[in-house]
Design a protein around this ligand. Structure first.
Ligand code: PGA
Length: 248
């Protein structure tokens, strides 16, 4: 399975920043391509520009969220069809920041995942426990609940990605230990058998949370770690490329 290194730009950068970052990635992809699939998820407003710059390269473009409907009276929202129309192949769904900032729950994330697949996008469904949940020994139970609630049963395994992102590791500089990551990813792989059935071993499971060039190789070498979802370090082309180059 080819690893996926996905950059989540979050709400960062003005259009000039997005342009120079995309141009830097384009230049790097022409020079030497790492042995993984590469994806960047810019803010909606920059997607068209970034997709234009990266057209013809191996760097894919995705969204950071989408609505459950294809179109309609939903002020401020963006649909999977709109993302697809701009050239997106992926969409991040249920990120902990959306769960916290916008009160997104598992049922909504599941409906979005169904809509995204119907629009021809590959959903990257995020799950992960808080620091308190880990401290009280609930991490695996929380992740199982989120996964069962957020992943539609019988989804096409080839068109589904899961991201394990411990909330306490996001943007904090703290990363989960390789042993913790292995334990959680093994559990996710097991649960996917019941959710996806045939082909569940082909669902890519990404780790996210303070992934940087210094820790990427060790994390990416662990069993069932099929790539990374990178926030802060994806805003620097050099760091994003170094992480991608760390794929085994
Ligand atoms: P981080 O973010 O790499 O800045 O910790 C990861 C994410 O939220 O996807």
């Amino acid at each position: 399975m080819k690893p996926l290194i996905a950059g989540n730009w979050k709400m960062n950068g003005l259009s000039d920043d997005a342009k120079s970052l995309a141009e830097d990635l384009k230049a790097r992809s022409a020079a030497d391509l790492p042995a993984c699939e590469l994806l960047v998820c810019p803010p909606y407003l920059h997607i068209a520009q970034v997709a234009g710059i990266l057209q013809g390269t191996e760097v894919r473009v995705g969204g950071q969220d989408c609505h459950t409907a294809g179109s309609g009276a939903h002020t401020g929202d963006v649909s999977g069809d709109m993302l697809r129309d701009l050239g997106c192949g992926y969409v991040i769904l249920g990120h902990s920041e959306r769960r916290a900032d916008h009160g997104e729950n598992d049922a909504l994330v599941r409906a979005k995942a169904e809509a995204a697949q119907a629009a021809g996008l590959v959903p990257i469904v995020c799950v992960g426990e808080t620091a308190d949940q880990r401290a009280s020994g609930e991490a695996l139970a929380v992740i199982a609940r989120q996964l069962k609630g957020s992943v539609p049963v019988g989804m096409d395994a080839e068109r589904l990605v899961i991201a394990y992102e411990p909330v306490w590791a996001i943007g904090t500089g703290q990363t989960a230990t390789p042993d913790d990551v292995v334990e959680v990813h093994r559990e996710i792989r097991k649960l996917l058998v019941g959710l996806v059935g045939e082909g569940s071993d082909r669902v890519r499971i990404l780790y996210g949370g303070s992934v940087k060039p210094a820790n990427a190789a060790e994390l990416l070498a662990q069993a069932n770690v099929d790539g990374a979802l990178v926030g802060g370090a994806s805003l620097k082309a050099e760091d994003f490329w170094a992480i991608a180059a760390s794929c085994p």
